[in-house]
Design a protein around this ligand. Structure first.
Ligand code: 13P
Ligand code: ZN
Length: 268
């Protein structure tokens, strides 16, 4: 299955992971990425099951689905140099309880410890968007910093970010979901993240990082990039006297002009 290294989706995955690392979103092994693939996309590269790995949870909605994803403990900066060791292709079977390893994790490694949050979020997003394909977790510096100094109220957190750039409301009109600090790598945080993902493509993990979801790697990267830039602007100005801002009325004008419907009550 070495041909997989030339697959367009693998190249795009490596490029995305490299860009995330370059942005400082993924120190060490911080963060993880998964991409849903169709049988048609992977069929020509398949030549058997290498190993079977229990997942520790159930996700019937993803039975038989293929995922290209990062491995646990793998350093982001190594992915372009050791893709077959740092990445893996799995197929979920037995109602999601088993992952068949089809390619990758060549050093005997395994998928990210955040597999519950990824798989359950994929299921949640697919239930509201049949074109959904990507879940991306990272530790972006400014959003992470913001969770130490800003209220974690979702409406307030979102409104602050919407005001940090005119186009923010167009990129994430549904706002951000925010989870309080929880133990990562567990089914519990996976279930809580997926629950937020039904309404939001961005979910903040307080004092930890961020989850983003989307229809393509490019689009999901751009979503996180926009929220992270807004958080950077916020941190640059939060300690200064605010002279000008984007008002609620201006947020409403943009939402109306561009046809977005933010959650009821979040604009005023
Ligand atoms: P993994 O190395 O298992 O993917 O974990 C990294 C991480 O960011 C945990 O939240
Ligand atoms: Zn993390």
């Amino acid at each position: 299955m070495s041909g997989l290294l030339t697959a367009p989706f693998l190249k795009e995955m490596v490029r995305t992971v490299s860009d995330m690392y370059a942005r400082g979103w993924d120190e060490r092994n911080g963060g993880n990425v998964s991409l849903l693939l169709t049988e048609d996309e992977v069929a020509s590269y398949l030549d058997g099951v290498l190993r079977e790995i229990p997942t520790g949870f159930e996700a019937p909605a993803l039975e038989g689905r293929y995922l290209l994803l990062t491995g646990t403990g793998k350093y982001f900066r190594n992915v372009p140099h050791q893709p077959e060791e740092c990445l893996g292709l799995i197929r979920l079977t037995e109602q999601g309880r088993t992952a068949q390893l089809l390619w990758g994790f060549s050093d005997g490694g395994s998928f990210t410890s955040e597999l519950p949050a990824h798989v359950l979020s994929h299921a949640a997003r697919l239930s509201v968007d049949p074109n959904h394909r990507v879940v991306l977790h990272c530790h972006p510096t400014n959003l992470l910093a913001m969770t130490y100094v800003h209220t974690l109220d979702e409406r307030e957190f979102t409104r602050t970010l919407w005001r940090m750039g005119t186009e923010c409301i167009a990129v994430f009109p549904e706002g951000l979901g925010v989870l309080p600090w929880m133990l990562c790598g567990t089914n519990e945080i996976g279930v809580a993240t997926a629950e937020k993902m039904r309404r939001h493509r961005l979910v903040v993990w307080a004092q930890h990082g961020l989850y983003g979801a989307g229809n393509a790697l490019d689009q999901t990267f751009g979503l996180i990039e926009t929220a992270e830039k807004a958080a950077e602007v916020y941190l640059k100005i939060a300690h200064l006297p605010i002279v000008n801002t984007i008002t609620d009325q201006q947020l409403r004008i943009m939402a109306d002009a561009w046809g977005y419907r933010p959650p009821t009550g979040w604009l005023e």
